[in-house]
Design a protein around this ligand. Structure first.
Ligand code: F6P
Length: 420
């Protein structure tokens, strides 16, 4: 039987290390040329499969593929696009099969978070429901660190490191200005429903007086009076106050503090703007001068300060996905298993996609201090290993040098076009 080609795609919000997983997939497939044909990447995730817009990664040099390991963003384009159930939208699935058949695709690798693993899971059901053999393996990714089953998610360690570093650096700045000028600095970080990224800022604090002085988690309902009291006492004690706030912070009623009112294709509210909201609240109520920052895309693209642990794990998961597929494992996702904390050790395990799709892992209660504004030692112990090590990209003329992909299109074979 002719060797089957593979389809690989990136989905959801990208990270500083999702391309390291792509690198792991493509390099491992190339090392197994006798068993696996070409790797076709979907341009913009699953949309590339539906519209037969495939990228021929065999046209990229080995050097360029290796450079993906240190390149942020999603090299082949990502998407927020949710496949409906097979019963609801059979045409979509029939189309996927037409495209897979036309291009002799027998392996499907989907690199994404919870919603994306739902897509991977649905595709894995194609073989059973529509009788087309496809080996389907999900590859975890999300800065939000909210996938179940895996100890942590690739992408998170690097955001965690960026946020902890930025909190510490900004705190030095505010401390210098506080006597006569800025006393408040508020930094907003990602994490729609779970406070993992906000928690990571807590790693910057080594002594009681250190920043961050206040962390606001989505898991802890926002109480304006308690918050302002804490800001006030911190300024009195230390002369300034550094606050790290998760974009997903909510009132007791469940309403986000700031919700733009728009939703993405996965049905998630578009968040953002909680930092200026809180900073203005503090100035109005307490009179202190403030500065604020929304880390936004800077945090998830900051490959220059990526965590080496994160890069290594992202690559290893991509590699493991191909190895699992070659062993004939279907509807699974490689995961990180922590085998020891001190010294930190990890290995690759395996989870069923059915157990991963659409499940969000929140911060455990014992990771948040009793007052609700700090992380605990248990949390610190969990987070600290994930930001260890640096893996600097090569620099030229003072700037990081990232891969420039050709992203050559695979000639279309189907006459019929598909509108999404
Ligand atoms: O994928 C996770 C995430 O980075 C969230 O933390 C953030 O709220 C969201 O994506 C932003 O998504 P988008 O780039 O689609 O606006």
């Amino acid at each position: 039987m002719a060797k089957k080609n593979a389809f690989y795609a990136q989905s959801g919000g990208v990270t500083a290390v999702i391309n390291a997983s792509a690198c792991g997939v493509i390099e491992t497939a190339r090392q197994n040329k006798d068993k696996i044909g070409k790797v076709y990447a979907g341009r913009n995730g699953i949309i590339g499969a539906l519209t037969e817009d495939l990228i021929d990664t065999s046209k990229e040099s080995a050097r360029n593929i290796t450079a993906l390991r240190h390149t942020p963003g999603g090299a082949f384009g990502s998407c927020r696009y949710k496949l409906k159930g097979i019963d609801e939208s059979r045409a979509q699935y029939e189309r996927l099969i037409d495209v897979f058949k036309a291009h002799n695709i027998g392996y499907f690798f989907y690199n994404g978070g919870g919603d994306s693993q739902d897509t991977a899971h649905k595709v894995s059901q194609i073989s059973e429901e529509l009788g087309y053999p496809i080996t389907c393996v999900g590859i975890p990714k999300t800065v939000d660190n909210d996938l179940p089953m895996t100890d942590n998610c690739p992408g998170f360690g690097s955001v965690a490191k960026y946020i902890a570093v930025s909190t510490r650096e900004a705190a030095y700045d505010v401390a210098s200005m506080a006597k006569t000028s800025t006393k408040i600095f508020v930094m907003e970080v990602m994490g729609r429903h779970a406070g993992w990224i906000a928690a990571a800022a807590g790693l910057a604090k080594e002594e009681e007086a250190d920043a961050p002085h206040i962390i606001l988690f989505p898991e802890v309902p926002f109480d304006k009076d308690r918050f302002l009291k804490r800001v006030n006492s911190t300024v009195k004690k230390h002369g300034y106050c550094v606050i790290v706030v998760s974009e997903g912070v909510k009132y007791k009623t469940g309403k986000f503090l700031t919700d733009s009112g728009t939703k993405d294709a996965f049905g998630h509210a578009q968040l953002g703007g909680v930092a200026p909201f809180l900073a203005n609240m503090i100035t109005t109520e307490l009179g202190h001068k403030h500065h604020w920052a929304v880390a936004d895309y800077l945090q998830r693209s900051a490959r220059h300060i990526a965590s080496k642990t994160d890069v290594d794990q992202a690559y290893a998961l991509g590699k493991a996905a191909v190895e699992m597929a070659l062993k004939g494992k279907n509807a699974v996702m490689p995961i990180i298993i922590r085998t020891s904390n001190k010294p930190y050790r990890w290995k690759i395990g395996e989870a069923a996609l059915a157990d991963v799709a659409n499940v969000e892992k929140m911060m455990p209660k014992n990771f948040i201090s009793r007052n609700g504004f700090e992380i605990t030692d248990a949390c610190r112990e969990y987070l600290a290993p994930l930001i260890q090590g640096e893996d600097y990209p090569p620099y030229k003329n003072g700037l990081p040098q990232y891969a420039r992909m050709k992203n050559a299109a695979v000639p279309k074979k189907l006459k019929k076009r598909f509108r999404i």
